[in-house]
Design a protein around this ligand. Structure first.
Ligand code: CP
Ligand code: NVA
Length: 305
């Protein structure tokens, strides 16, 4: 991988994404078979969280441990970050103690700024714009179960949020056709749409009806209607997204045997029905597990000597 950081999938080539996925498969194999893979012995990852997390925090911390290293948790509120210390100073300080930084925050520009001033790799653990680690895990899970990505149709139903942005980029870069259904006013980021419309080969469409997006899909993916930081918009969004629930009736339009993915946490009865969630729980929790393996691949590729 030629990249020094993982800030967004737009920065990676399809080959680099595939390299991460291949490495992730190896990490999973090693972990399952008890093969020692302590490639990051003695190294430390600082994890900055300015938003809540269960999966990201645990999978990064456990991942660093399994790689022979150490991870430390820095809460935005309790560190000087929450008291306004400039991100460029945080970057320069952490670069002198640690070997990598994972950050979950609001603005993508904060992550880009951190990377600009850090002399160690920076990994985006979710911003309002992107969730690259999650989408690497999603792609890994689809490839594991369907043996390929190229030529498959991925449908995303819901808000044009960080997940939609990263799925569009990741899916298209891996040769998948991507169809996104969002209500008007909730489109993916314009930079992502510009990228998607310029892609040659795989097909991309942005539509207003979930049934259109799901038609013939191999993988159907959804996410919450109100992301972290949008709690006050919850009621407005529930009205805007009426009809965007991934339920059994909608899935009848997809290819028989289609997969369902959800990054979690899920709101049953909103973006996904309880029935569909439970029918596809095995795939959804495999996706959650694969965060661990995919992130270990990223950490290894960015932080190894
Ligand atoms: N999917 C995901 O990123 O989960 P957390 O918010 O629990 O980290
Ligand atoms: N779109 C969601 C993803 C959570 C993992 C959020 O940003 O809250």
């Amino acid at each position: 991988m030629t990249q020094r950081h993982l800030l967004k999938l737009l920065d990676l080539t399809g080959e680099e994404i595939n390299q991460i996925l291949d490495t992730a498969d190896q990490m999973k194999y090693s972990q399952k078979h008890g093969i020692v893979h302590d490639y990051l012995r003695g190294k430390t990852l600082a994890m900055i969280f300015e938003k809540n997390s269960t999966r990201t925090r645990v999978s990064f911390e456990v991942g660093m441990y399994q790689l022979g290293g150490h991870a430390l948790f820095l809460s935005g509120k309790e560190s000087q970050i929450g008291r306004g210390e400039p991100v460029e100073d945080t970057a320069r300080v952490l670069s002198r103690y640690c070997d990598g930084i994972m950050i979950r925050t609001f603005a993508q520009s904060e992550v880009e700024e951190l990377a600009k001033h850090a002399t160690i790799p920076v990994v985006n653990g979710l911003t309002d714009f992107a969730h690259p680690c999650q989408v690497l895990a999603d792609l890994m899970t689809v490839r594991e179960r369907m043996s390929r990505l190229e030529g498959l149709k991925l449908a995303f139903i819901g808000d044009g949020n960080n997940m939609a942005n990263s799925l569009i980029v990741g899916g298209l870069k891996c040769g998948m056709d991507v169809s996104v259904a969002c209500p008007e006013g909730y489109d993916p980021d314009s930079e992502v749409l510009d990228f998607a419309h310029a892609v040659t080969g795989p097909k991309f469409e942005l539509v207003r009806t979930p049934a259109q997006a799901v038609a013939g899909a191999d993988v159907v993916i959804t996410d919450v209607w109100a992301s972290m930081g949008q709690e006050e918009e919850k009621a407005v969004r529930q009205r805007a997204f009426a009809g965007y629930c991934v339920d059994a009736q909608l899935l009848e339009m997809a290819k028989p045997g289609c997969m369902v993915q959800h990054c979690l946490p899920a709101h049953r009865g909103e973006e996904i029905s309880a029935e569909v969630f439970e029918q596809h729980a095995d795939e959804i929790f495999e996706e959650a597990e694969n965060r661990l393996h995919a992130q270990k691949a990223v950490l290894y590729l960015l932080m190894k000597d």
